[in-house]
Ligand binder design. Structure first.
Ligand code: DWN
Ligand code: ZN
Length: 409
């Protein structure tokens, strides 16, 4: 919802709230030891759907600087699965659009260069745009030129005035992260070459609801997309949704939307739009039972962990993820239940989880301190993490996976 209470896409004023998660700390606002006793802002977190254009969005608008500049230690390269996915993502358009030294590929939210480096290695000129200082520095070091700015219509116009138009624009996990959605999409239209391709990836709201992925609802994510809401949104800016690809194992179910300036819809995208109509994904009714199911996941998880803990088991967590902040704070799971959380991202080591203040350390702690059970908070990387922790499992360690349903592995 924008500042005036209207839908971020169509401006409609009839948003219907379907989930309230209470007042939450910012998902990536990890704390140093010194900051533990200091002030820690919390913001209401309510999810709503627009009955006019079907866009799902949160009501609260936290300034992006607070979200993606001051407190942002997310580095895409700490997941091998994501790196593999991103390499395939680059190789596709390089071949299908015969990109070469005269082309330009722009990525918005290019982070540490995890994707653009694949284009650069193939001799295709690239430009990254990302406001987060640490990841942007890492990208430059990896040979990916990066503008440390937020993307919007103004920046697009400035680049065009400098004679730059993009043959391919990649925007992964960013269209959901911008408060000014229409300004962002207008910027895409301005920067794109007439026969260019916009490739947008975001988690699929249908799967968020079907799998109970409530912990992916947080203040960094202003919007949650379906094919219907993307189709309506891009048409408003002279763009067309022409194709869609589905990645069921990425971030709990992700869609990649192919968007361009000429309308050539594939049977695939027509199929998704029809399926969404058939299931009512474009109507408030689809979201009305979600809150009850979320509460059940919370209660199942808390009662299991309490039972294990009271039975003498020592518990830990894997994945100091943004989604973990929401799950732990919503369920009230703190240092009374989890002794520590491990994560491969060295920038998070020695820090504490927002709100619940559970200490974060490296994955080697699982073998050193041998907790009996480890809760996989980064459940979207379940297979990769369990595979990686084979030695821990061989020594008797067990895993608890909270989403889509609480499970002991
Ligand atoms: O939208 C967003 C998504 C794409 O990424 C951002 N707003 C923030 C971030 O969300 P997240 O932190 O919930 O994302 P991840 O990618 O699920 O985080 C996983 C965490 O787990 C990272 O801190 C890295 C860590 N990890 C690890 O320690 N070992 C991940 C893998 C795969 C591993 O093997
Ligand atoms: Zn709307």
């Amino acid at each position: 919802m924008s500042a005036d209470g209207a839908c971020r896409s169509c401006g409609g004023k009839a948003l219907e709230v379907f989930l309230s998660l209470g007042k939450m700390p910012l998902p990536d606002a990890f704390l140093t030891g010194d900051a533990l006793s200091g002030p820690e802002p919390r913001y209401p977190l309510d999810a709503a759907v627009c009955p006019d254009c079907s866009l799902v969005q949160i009501l609260e608008e936290v300034p992006p600087e607070k979200l993606f500049v001051e407190n942002y230690l997310y580095f895409s390269s700490f997941s091998d699965a994501l790196l593999g996915h991103s390499r395939d993502h680059a190789l596709g358009p390089i071949a299908s659009r015969s990109l070469g030294p005269d082309s330009l590929v722009v990525e918005i939210a290019s982070n540490d260069g995890y994707l653009l480096k694949n284009f650069a290695e193939a001799g295709v000129p690239v430009l990254g745009i990302d406001p987060a200082p640490e990841p942007a520095r890492a990208a430059e070091a990896a040979g990916v030129p990066t503008l440390q700015e937020f993307f919007g219509t103004d920046l697009a116009r400035r680049l065009v005035a400098e004679g730059r138009r993009a043959d391919v624009i990649v925007a992964n996990n960013v269209m959901a992260h911008v408060p000014d959605l229409n300004g962002f999409v207008e910027g895409l239209a301005v920067l794109l070459a007439d026969d260019g391709l916009i490739s947008v990836e975001n988690p699929y709201v249908r799967d968020l609801v079907d799998h109970g992925e409530f912990d992916t609802i947080y203040h960094e994510h202003f919007c949650y997309f379906s094919c219907t809401s993307v189709d309506t949104l891009v048409r408003r800016h002279g763009l067309f949704l022409n194709h869609v690809e589905y990645f069921p194992d990425l971030h709990g179910g992700t869609l990649r939307w192919h968007i361009a300036k000429r309308e050539e819809p594939s049977d695939t995208v027509r199929g998704y739009l029809a399926e969404e109509r058939r299931r009512g994904v474009d109507t408030p009714a689809f979201y009305r039972t979600f809150a009850t199911r979320v509460a059940k996941v919370r209660d199942d998880l808390v009662s299991l962990l309490r039972e294990l803990h009271d039975g003498g088991a020592r518990l830990a967590g894997y994945g100091a993820a943004a989604k973990a902040t929401i799950l732990l704070n919503y369920a009230g799971i703190g240092t009374d239940l989890l002794d520590f959380i491990v994560d491969r991202n060295v920038h998070k080591h020695g820090m504490y989880m927002p709100g619940v203040h559970i200490p974060i350390t490296g994955p080697e702690a699982l073998l050193e301190r041998s907790p009996d059970y480890t809760v996989i908070l980064a459940w979207n990387f379940r297979a990769e993490i369990i595979g990686q922790q084979a030695e821990y499992a061989a020594r008797g360690g067990r895993f608890v996976v909270p989403i889509p349903a609480v499970e002991v592995v």
